[in-house]
Design a protein around this ligand. Structure first.
Ligand code: RP5
Length: 179
């Protein structure tokens, strides 16, 4: 990610990778503050055994595009929500790469960070069966969670790691007045 201030968003990608059992590393590498580090990081990633890069950045977010320019590994970009333009600047900076150097661009913010991890797992799943199966289980648990909670007024108390509902409570009914 481009700054430690991006962690609030990018930790959702990290958590999702952990849930799926995908090994990862997390680093702050800034395109404008540490450009030499960015070049070195992206150019050596393949050699170090990295298979997919998730790059989160905000504002004039050139980190994902510059990273993609220095490696043939798939690069997934997460537009971090900026204060000035709510992440629209980040989104366009990442998505609007000229033809030739693609960055797979996700949604702005938390949803994008989660989906970047899921998409990375899908890419890795083509080669690593255990990751493909972990992704399948994640989907099944997600589906099951919706099916076991059809009533939006009911509150789920606890959901197991596999998505199994442990208990639910009904909202308190208002007491009737005695006549
Ligand atoms: C970008 O500038 C980072 O990705 C971050 O989203 C944004 C602001 O960075 P800070 O000024 O908070 O370090 O490079």
């Amino acid at each position: 990610m481009g700054s430690s201030s991006d962690w609030e968003t990018m930790e959702h990608a990290a958590k999702t990778l952990e849930e799926l059992g995908v090994p990862y590393e997390k680093r702050v590498v800034s395109a404008h503050r540490t450009p030499d580090l960015l070049f070195e990081y992206a150019a050596s990633a393949e050699q170090r055994g990295i298979e997919v890069i998730i790059a989160g950045a905000g504002g004039a977010a050139h980190l994902p595009g510059m990273t993609a320019a220095k490696t043939v590994l798939p690069v997934l970009g997460v537009p971090v929500e900026s204060k000035a333009l709510k992440g629209l600047d980040s989104l366009l900076s990442i998505a609007q790469m000229p033809g030739g150097i693609p960055v797979g661009t996700l949604a702005i913010g938390k949803a994008g960070a989660i989906n970047a991890a899921l998409l990375a797992a899908a890419i890795l799943g083509a080669k690593h069966g255990a990751i493909r199966e972990a992704l399948r289980k994640f989907r099944e648990a997600q589906t099951q969670k919706v099916l076991t909670n059809p009533d939006p007024a009911r509150t789920t108390v606890a959901v197991g790691s596999a998505g199994a509902v442990v208990a639910t409570v009904q909202p308190l009914r208002s007491k009737r007045k005695r006549s």
